[in-house]
Write a protein that binds this ligand. Structure first.
Ligand code: GDP
Length: 529
């Protein structure tokens, strides 16, 4: 197959949702359609179930599982589908943000009874800011839930989306009869009461056809006609260009558990979802069909076995082909690297692969060369944008608890930070190290991993910080900036990339600082140009 055809057949996306909305169930059903797995239950849910845990093995086990499901690939109707896993647990939100830099589109799963939940709101906001095309799947229609129109309203208002329904439910919960597929203009009905089997699809291009009454009963037929009239009156028709720009979001209804509405979603998805999109580097826009390979690291996963401390760096191929044993430039280090056993990911396994195309994810064994955000090219100096650090929520001093193991401790901290487990700040005033995390759980993960993988021990000490703000000074020599640095010395630190960070101890002090030093700009993310 030609290079261009390989690009055109790829769909790389992520599924985002609040925990329990049905992401794992939907993923599994998609894999079943692709013939990638044979039975339900094969995809493990990798969510971290406990928030405060003392059972470290449980975290490790769950993290281990998440390696296996980091990328799930399968072929469906000749399309190569790559699903990138996005942890739903809020403590791992930063992992998900980073993964969103590697997807070309997303599917948002919403629970019909719970509606829009806070984790969905945060993740969708990130996608919206990046104009990532989004498709919405309203799940669990076999349960009693919110009225479909109320839910569409909620999606528009809370998520700031502009929806265009491409399917519409016939009844709900106990009365859930099936789905009218607006995209294909046909009806899918449940058979009997079991809600497990799908009757053959019935084609309906004319809703006034009296057959409709016979099949779903006169009340349901009338309701459906009324509802569809309202849908057409209120919502704009589907427009692929708008969807691809991130300006319109098609909506599907269904029940992942009952495998209802999933095929419709998948068929439409492979039709409309974007092929590998161009990506902005600091230097220029890079298109997928350029001949030369470029790619970037969006995730690093540690090997949990202390005897093999290599890691797997996940690279998204942006352009060209990635080939085994070919030397590529590691731009940050300025050196060439060759990879003899790059991995490709399939449904439940990974395999060595000779060639990968734009949209694909390659797993490279790494002994410490890579950091998140690193770029690989065929020689061009390129830096891919879009992997900012966000201000952590929790901050603690980290202390060495075993003076004989300080080398191990520093190496461990260094590598864990490269993996993106947490962020490290070094205070300007005394060089003390402060760890910032999104969730409290990461402190335990870090302590455990330092001990088991690096043989180092650490303790923590509280450090009250409200937000970390990256500092931008228009003129480093101006008096105001000098005064800011002098007065706020106690609150200044450097992040891992040596950028200056202001650690505000309260919202009030942040506001006061901003008022007092208006030319010193304070940002909640590390990327601000
Ligand atoms: P995740 O946390 O988003 O990955 O959610 P899961 O896929 O693990 O689903 C959470 C729970 O909802 C599980 O008990 C599923 O069996 C259940 N579930 C998923 N889809 C449906 C559905 O369509 N209908 C019903 N009734 N339950 C569902």
């Amino acid at each position: 197959m030609s290079f261009d055809k390989e690009i055109l057949r790829r769909r790389t996306f992520g599924i985002i949702s609040h925990p329990d909305a049905g992401k794992t169930t939907l993923t599994e059903k998609l894999l079943l359609f692709g013939g990638a797995i044979q039975e339900a239950g094969a995809v493990k849910n990798n969510k971290i179930k406990k928030t405060a845990t003392s059972d470290f093995m449980e975290i490790e086990k769950q993290r281990g599982i998440s390696v296996a499901t980091s990328v799930l690939a399968f072929i469906y109707r000749d399309k190569k589908i790559n699903i990138l896993d996005t942890p739903g647990h809020k403590d791992f939100a930063e992992d998900t943000f980073r993964t969103l830099t590697a997807v070309d589109s997303v599917i948002v799963v919403i629970d019909v009874a719970k509606g829009v939940e806070d984790q969905t709101e945060k993740l969708v906001e990130v996608c919206r800011m990046r104009n990532i095309p989004m498709l919405v799947f309203i799940n669990k229609m076999d349960r009693e839930g919110k009225d479909a129109f109320d839910l569409l309203d909620e999606v528009e208002q809370k998520l700031g989306l502009k929806v265009s329904p491409l399917s519409f439910p016939i009844g709900m919960g106990y009365d859930f009869k099936g789905i009218y597929n607006i995209y294909e203009k046909n009806i899918n009905l449940f058979s009997g009461d079991s809600k497990k089997n799908i009757e053959n699809t019935i084609a309906f291009d004319d809703l006034d056809n009296p057959e409709l009454e016979r099949i779903i009963g006169s009340k349901a037929a009338k309701d459906l006609r009324d509802n569809l009239e309202l849908v057409h009156g209120v919502y704009p028709p589907f427009n692929k260009e708008e969807y691809l720009k991130g300006a319109q979001q098609p909506v599907f209804f269904g029940s992942a558990l009952n495998n209802f509405g999933v095929r419709e979603l998948l068929d439409c998805f492979i039709d409309i979802a974007p092929t590998p999109r161009p990506k902005m580097a600091e230097e220029r826009l890079v298109k997928a069909n350029e001949k030369d390979f470029t790619g970037f690291v969006f995730k690093i996963h540690a090997n949990m076995d202390p005897k093999h401390r290599d890691r797997l760096a996940f690279i998204k191929v942006v352009s060209g082909t990635f080939e085994r044993n070919k030397p590529y430039l590691h731009v940050r280090q300025g050196k060439n690297l060759k990879f003899s056993s790059p991995n490709a990911f399939f449904a439940e396994k990974k395999e060595i692969v000779d060639i990968s195309y734009p949209g694909d994810i390659v797993g490279l064994h790494d002994t410490g060369n890579f950091k998140i955000g690193d770029t690989l090219t065929e020689g061009e100096t390129l830096h891919y944008k879009g992997i900012p650090s966000f201000s952590p929520e929790h901050f603690r001093y980290i202390n060495n608890a075993d003076p004989l193991k300080s080398k191990q401790l520093f190496k461990g901290i260094d590598q864990l930070m490269d993996e993106g487990v947490a962020q490290l700040f070094t205070l300007e005033i005394n060089n003390r190290k402060v760890i910032g995390t999104v969730g409290a759980l990461q402190f335990e993960v870090i302590q455990y991993r330092l001990e088991h993988e690096y043989g180092a021990k650490c303790t923590y000490e509280n450090f009250p910080v409200y937000k970390a703000c990256w500092v931008e000074a228009s003129d480093k020599n101006n008096e105001e900036f000098k005064e800011f640095k002098r007065v706020k010395q106690k609150f200044l630190a450097k992040d891992k990339r040596n950028q200056l960070v202001f650690l505000a101890d309260s919202q009030f002090s942040l506001q006061m600082t901003q008022q007092k030093y208006p030319t010193v700009k304070l940002h909640f993310t590390s990327e601000f140009d």
